[in-house]
Write a protein that binds this ligand. Structure first.
Ligand code: ATR
Length: 290
């Protein structure tokens, strides 16, 4: 790490717990690669202390923050401004502290769309997309998908159908493009029609690497891109099944690095070194960065 000085500006992440996060590794790698006088640290903030933490950010002139579980929604009421994107997604994962104002952003939709384009090779998205899950991550991803006019139909499949219906109604109130449904053994037919499948559920994540959100993998097919936002393990069971079916697997590390890179650009105004950030996150996961 470069020498800290009286001029060093502070970035960080607030969450609870926050010790597991790969954000400090990613952002400090970016800071080092660019030789900037910044440092990025993790701040554990209990939910009941969130107001005090935000006051502290103002008082200590912390330049910017990432926001993670469980504060992504609660923090919104404490900010001076919220980007239209973050407001529609209903969550903030990045705070820009600029000229005394705290401005909330959400960089998840940008991160996933960039990953689909650059890691998945999709200059244009397919007409039909299947999105598994209806939680906070799904909401940001669905927002991103609906920004793409070429996407005509999103099958939104979730274990709890009510949540899929509520999310579809929130982001596609006229019901033109999003078709909510249940994620079960009958999901294969609709998934098989999609050119892009995205898993936003936590299924397959450590410590349950033998779980897959898709009960029947025979619907995976060549020509399909399959993105799993789970990145621990890097190759989930779903991605392994996708590879075996001749589909193109895209792991969740690209989205992680690209949402972080977008935050870094907001704070520093610099072009972020995405590959250095991805390599740092990979190393943090205990894998070789080659
Ligand atoms: P996040 O903000 O990471 O999206 P979340 O809001 O808790 O987290 O959402 C988790 C998603 O994973 C949900 O879609 C959840 O399905 P439910 O809405 O039915 O709870 C899904 N999920 C988690 N564990 C699951 C499991 N064992 N089987 C199927 N879906 C699961």
């Amino acid at each position: 790490m470069a020498q800290l000085s009286g001029e060093t500006r502070v970035l960080g992440v607030i969450g609870h717990p926050v010790g597991h996060t790969s954000s400090p590794a990613m952002h400090n790698a970016a800071i080092a690669a660019l030789g900037l006088d910044y440092v990025y640290v993790a701040f554990p903030v209990r939910p009941e202390d969130l107001g005090q933490a935000l006051a502290g950010i103002r008082a200590l002139q912390i330049r910017g923050l990432n926001v993670t579980v469980p504060h992504k929604v609660g923090v919104m009421a404490l900010l001076d401004e919220i980007s239209p994107e973050a407001r529609t997604i209903g969550a903030v994962n990045t705070i820009d502290h600029s000229e005394g104002r705290l401005i909330g952003h959400n960089t998840d939709a940008f991160g996933v769309m960039q990953s689909l384009r650059l890691d998945g090779g999709l200059d244009k998205l397919p007409l039909r997309v299947a999105l598994l899950g209806a939680g906070g991550a799904a909401r940001a991803i669905l927002y991103g998908l609906l920004q793409c006019p070429e996407v005509e139909n999103v099958a939104l499949l979730n274990r709890t159908a009510d949540r899929a219906e509520a999310l579809a109604a929130a982001l596609d109130p006229e019901g033109r493009r999003v078709v909510p449904g249940t994620l079960d053994e009958h999901s294969g037919k609709v998934v098989g029609q999609a050119g892009l499948l995205i898993n936003s559920t936590s299924m397959g994540m450590h410590p349950h690497p033998d779980a897959s959100p898709l009960p029947d993998p025979t619907c995976l097919h060549p020509g399909m891109v399959v993105l799993d936002i789970v990145y621990n393990p890097l190759e989930t069971l779903l991605l392994r099944q996708a590879r075996q079916a001749g589909a193109r697997p895209v792991d969740g590390l690209g989205m992680l690095a690209r949402q972080g890179a977008r935050a870094f650009a907001i704070w520093t105004g610099m072009e972020p070194p995405v590959e250095a950030m991805r390599a740092a996150a990979l190393e943090r996961l205990g894998k070789p960065s080659a």
